[in-house]
Design a protein around this ligand. Structure first.
Ligand SMILES: [Zn+2]
Length: 351
């Protein structure tokens, strides 16, 4: 447990649901934990006891990536954890592969509708069918090269990377039900309010239930790791860190003793503390970058080691580049730094 985590409280301690099993964390809310084949090695999914059109069953929140191992873990859940009832609805917090990957399979298998924000639904569909034109190898390599990535081997590897998203999200259901900020979902007779969040995904939806005082925070409110906030090739002029920091303020409106149910990590108390930690974290990093770029102009590639001190593999490096650009963009859009395009076609940020 790191120092910041000590300021939070984990009501279940080190208890984790075993593969194929669930733990009830609030009345009618069951925690599923599935393995992921990444550095981020798991995702939390949730079963909510539900009743729709007079039918008893369950809503699921988030799906895991499309892989046979994940389907097998779901099959075990279906057999032993549903009390013989069907899945009635598939709720997806946002379009990242670990959240939406198996939505097509779950919706098809249970003839259940997909509930998601409109923005994330459409972005997922585009990426799953035509992802390479928007964010594929060539586009990503050109984007990172314009931000100072010069290593020919890294650029060649990036160029060769295709179907990255479609590989984990081979298809997206043909229809969806739209969730928007402020909408209230009736889930098994309880009201869950949608809280939109920006900067991590196009339109992430978290759900808060006042009766249970519980927040399904998705990736917007994580206790241990800081949410990835990146600029991507598909939207190269974005300012996602400003959006993320503004979105975090919404979680201050919730009671401090609300139970946080995150997509990664363990259920926790201390949402306000976590908001402050994340704001401090980004404020410190922005200050470090501003100091360095004030001394002399930096490309994102040059600024990256200021934020990421450890050695990174190519996959981690692409995330780190996206995050570094997000921090530089916030400083640029707020007028603290200027951006200049050099003769070499590379952007530099300075005063
Ligand atoms: Zn995510």
């Amino acid at each position: 447990m790191n120092l910041l985590e000590r300021e939070l409280h984990y009501p279940l301690g080190d208890q984790l649901p075993a593969p194929g099993e669930t733990i009830e964390v609030a009345p009618g809310v069951r925690w599923i934990r599935m393995r992921l084949p990444f550095a981020l090695d798991h995702i939390n999914l949730w079963l909510l006891r539900d009743r729709i059109d007079g039918r008893e069953g369950w809503s699921v929140v988030d799906c895991c990536i499309s892989r046979p191992e994940a389907q097998q873990q779901w099959e075990q859940i279906f057999e032993t954890q549903l009390q013989g009832l069907p899945i009635l609805r598939v709720i997806v917090t946002h379009m990242h592969p670990d959240h939406i990957g198996l939505a097509h399979w779950l919706c098809e298998r249970w003839q259940a509708p997909l509930w998601i924000s409109s923005t994330d639904y459409h972005v997922a569909r585009v990426l799953s069918t035509a992802g390479d034109t928007l964010a594929g190898g060539e586009a990503a390599a050109a984007f990172f090269a314009a931000h100072g990535l010069a290593d020919p081997e890294a650029l060649a590897t990036l160029r060769a990377r295709t179907s990255y998203y479609a590989n984990m999200v081979p298809s997206v259901p043909d229809r969806f039900v739209r969730m928007m900020d402020g909408d209230v979902l009736d889930i098994g007779g309880r009201a869950w309010r949608c809280i939109a969040g920006y900067g991590h995904a196009p339109e992430h939806i978290a759900l808060y239930c006042e009766e249970l005082n519980a927040l399904l925070g998705g990736d917007m409110m994580l206790p241990r790791i800081s949410t990835n906030v990146s600029v991507h090739a598909g939207e190269p002029e974005a300012n996602p860190l400003r959006l993320f920091l503004t979105s975090l303020e919404r979680y201050r409106e919730l009671p401090e003793d609300a139970l946080g149910l995150p997509a990664h990590g363990k259920p926790f108390h201390g949402i306000h503390t976590r908001v402050r930690q994340l704001q401090d974290h980004h404020r410190d990093r922005l200050a470090e970058l501003l100091a360095a770029c004030t001394q002399r102009p930096h490309t994102a590639a040059e600024a990256l080691p200021i934020l990421f001190k450890r050695a990174l593999d190519l996959h981690q490096m692409t995330f780190a580049m996206g995050e570094t650009i997000a921090h530089l963009h916030l400083l640029w859009f707020s007028g603290q730094l200027q951006r200049r395009l050099g003769e070499d076609g590379v952007y530099r940020f300075g005063v």
